[in-house]
Write a protein that binds this ligand. Sequence first.
Ligand code: UDP
Ligand code: MG
Length: 340
Amino acid sequence: MSVAPEQVEGPELALSVVIPIFNEEGNIERLYRELTDTLRDIGREYEVIAINDGSRDRSYDMLNAVQARDARWHIIHFRRNFGQTAAIAAGFDAARGDIVVTMDADLQNDPRDIALVLDKFAEGYDIVSGWRQDRKESLFLRRIPSMMANRLISRSTGIKLHDYGCTLKAYSFDVVKAVKLYGELHRFIPALASQMGVRVAEVPVKDRARRWGSSKYGFSRTFKVILDLIVVVFLLSYFSRPLYVFGAAGFLVGGVGTLLGAYLTVFKLLTENKIGDRPLLQLAALLMVLGVQFISTGIVADMIMRTYHESQHKPIYYIRERRRSETVDETSEIPNTEFK
Ligand code: UDP
Ligand code: MG
């Protein structure tokens, strides 16, 4: 038997902290202490959602012990290792906080920096991302690839952040409930959410060396990130109407083919020359066929997107806020419409 994901209607408390955990037994105790101290100082009503992503060490028992001690902790144990993005997605599904903060369990981020992130958030942003200063990781394997990835992601998505990879980030409840994650997409949430029209800011945060254990990732992650980036760019630009992209390419290619064909026809009719052996004729035919293919691919893609949006009740718009009175007093007079 499996437990279905929890679905939450609206925020019920001020803050949720979401932490993915995979084999972090040596960090849990310290994480609990540092986080609890910080959150106590921040002084808002909070919950911590720890997702045990199929750990094979003592993390299971240790998290259960923390939960038994502190009712503000909510533990989700996965059946197996589904990856950090899945863990974050489970945390987002369960989160009840008006603001949802994500962070790693390895204490590479200082929990005290949550206060900085929340201060920035209060200025009216929907997403606030940490920007790690003075990075402790290896230059060639981590920092240079990460710098290049950040530039690339910023340029191709239009959301300029120095540090997409920093997991200390805060999101509004609406953002968390709207984004759908898979693959390694958690680092792209600010870019994905840009579709909703979010306001994004970043704040400098400390970077510390991993306290215990080692990183779960190697260099191969860089390739996954690049592949994900391609998907994200596609999702962002052409998601709701793929026909526009394929259709434009189809018109362009097919148009050139038709012009070439017309030219050859006129040429053939007006002069005595044969056109049967001209490479241009083959090119014209090829381009016309390609044009038709582009357009039909676009129509098929458009129909797939339609099914996607309609079956999942995905909105094609996002509302920042709504103002409407719940009850209208029928007896009241219509107010004077003149503005002073
Ligand atoms: N993590 C996870 N599932 C995984 C891999 C990692 O939940 O399959 C968690 C891990 O326990 C940590 C966070 O994701 O809390 C970030 O992992 P890590 O520190 O290894 O990544 P790095 O900081 O090296 O990018
Ligand atoms: Mg780490």
